[in-house]
Design a protein around this ligand. Structure first.
Ligand SMILES: *[C@@H]1O[C@H](CO)[C@@H](O)[C@H](O)[C@H]1NC(C)=O
Ligand SMILES: *[C@@H]1O[C@H](CO)[C@@H](O)[C@H](O)[C@H]1NC(C)=O
Length: 427
């Protein structure tokens, strides 16, 4: 079987003896498994060797890459935006066929991409906060089994600052054909609900999701009607074409000046990645007709920290009230099975509402305007206020994680001090 019809750059077939260690490892782990099952099943319980109807999906095979050429072997294929890709949907599908262990779970497999600049932060506390922001993302990924890539190099020098996400997302799509969704998150976005999961079933016919207020974008033509710091993009040909269109508006493009005047005219704001995105959303809404893009209003795919941080203390109290009356929710458990308890909590949140004014934990809190790395925060608030708010949000999130390790920050403003969590707290 040749998955990619050009034999000129076929991978050499691998002879079995070239990889003895893998086969040896396979044999050893099979023996271990056999030994383990005897150990567990004897002598008190009978071994039930095949309970085939209830088998979990097989783990993904990280060691199999059949010696059959794919798009990766095509010398004209590239990771950069100047190498257009055609037939990506078919190429991804073929790759999945060649790597069948990645198929289960592939319809909504998520790959998170985030990143920051390559040089040290100018603000003395900048690198500290970037580390905590990243740790927070890793915590979320560990809880839900997502992969994450932290990029800290400019992949395309003509696309600096906020534009840098476009080439990073493009490269991630190509590097991860097993992922259905790429989720871009700015460095200064914090998961403040570790349990919430993206409702992907609502996006079956959508390819691009961003948080905002549709009326602001579509009617009032406001570039602040959305925020480009957190978006979901499906790993498909539509999205590659969309990224090309978006990149065509960036500083490196020959069309930059043209777009600059179009955007100034339409949105009364300079051409940056977010104004450009607002324009494309509006255009798609009016003209493309296929409505593949969605402005999410149902939950904080990202939410502005100024509206959120002061509510976190009360939200903590409401959740404690719920846990006081529901033993299963405060029960201790292994971190790996946290999703189970997130599902259990849902019924008690049905009156909590969502977004502004809600007492549900906000999903993602975005420190837009704080610029924790370079310290050049928006002058409408002080650097101190930003840092205090970041501490509160990070500790609020940390409490959801630390709980599984038996500890808690009693004071959300104090990042250094934790207390052991008593058994059955808050009974
Ligand atoms: C928190 O709850 C208290 C008591 O119900 C209320 O007075 C206060 O306004 C709430 N704070 C916020 C920021 O919602
Ligand atoms: C919480 O911690 C902050 C920072 O250490 C401190 O200033 C504040 O007094 C503490 N609050 C309480 C109620 O202990």
């Amino acid at each position: 079987m040749v998955a990619f019809p050009n034999s000129g750059w076929r991978k050499p077939a691998i002879r079995i003896l070239d990889r003895p260690s893998i086969f040896l490892a396979g044999a050893v782990s099979a023996l271990l498994l056999l030994w383990a099952s005897f150990f567990f099943f004897s002598p008190s319980s009978k071994p039930t060797l095949c309970n085939c109807h209830h088998q979990p999906p097989p783990a993904v095979d990280l060691r199999s890459d059949p010696p059959i050429s794919t798009f990766y072997d095509d010398p004209s294929f590239g990771y950069t935006l100047n190498k257009p890709i055609k037939n990506w949907d078919q190429k991804r599908k073929t790759w999945l066929q060649l790597h069948p262990t990645f198929k289960p779970g592939s319809p909504d497999r998520v790959f998170i991409v985030t990143g920051s600049r390559s040089t040290p932060c100018k603000s003395p506390t900048g690198d500290h906060y970037l580390l905590r922001f990243y740790r927070n993302k890793v915590d979320y990924c560990r809880t839900h089994g997502y992969d994450i890539f932290y990029n800290n190099v400019l992949l395309d020098p003509t696309m600096p600052s906020c534009w840098a996400k476009i080439p990073a997302v493009r490269a991630a799509m190509v590097a991860h054909p097993e992922a259905e969704w790429i989720w871009w998150l700015d460095e200064d976005a914090v998961f403040t609900d570790m349990e919430f999961k993206i409702p992907f079933h609502r996006y079956n016919d959508k390819n691009f999701i961003v948080h905002g207020w549709p009326k602001e974008v579509y009617v009032k033509k406001s570039w602040l009607g959305l925020n480009a710091g957190s978006f979901l993009i499906r790993n498909c040909q539509w999205s590659l074409d969309f990224l090309d269109t978006w990149a065509d508006m960036s500083p490196g493009s020959v069309n930059f000046n043209k777009w600059e005047s179009v955007l100034m005219n339409e949105f009364r704001h300079e051409n940056d990645d977010q104004t450009a995105l607002a324009y494309l959303l509006r255009k798609e809404h009016q003209q493309w007709g296929r409505k593949k893009m969605l402005i999410e209003t149902g939950y904080y795919l990202e939410g502005y920290w100024v509206l959120i941080v002061d509510t976190l203390k009360n939200i903590t109290e409401r959740y404690l009230e719920v846990e006081t009356s529901a033993g299963m929710l405060r029960r201790r458990h292994a971190e790996k099975v946290s999703e189970r308890y997130g599902l259990l909590r849902e019924p008690s949140l049905k009156d909590a509402g969502n977004e502004f004014g809600s007492w549900r934990r906000p999903f993602v809190t975005h420190f837009a305007g704080c610029q924790p790395c370079n310290g050049k925060h928006n002058p409408v608030f002080s650097g101190k206020r930003c840092r205090e708010a970041m501490d509160v949000a990070l500790n609020f999130a940390d409490n959801q994680v630390l709980r599984n390790y038996g500890f808690v920050h009693r004071n959300l403003s104090d990042s250094s001090v934790v207390k052991p969590l008593p058994f059955d707290y808050p009974a």
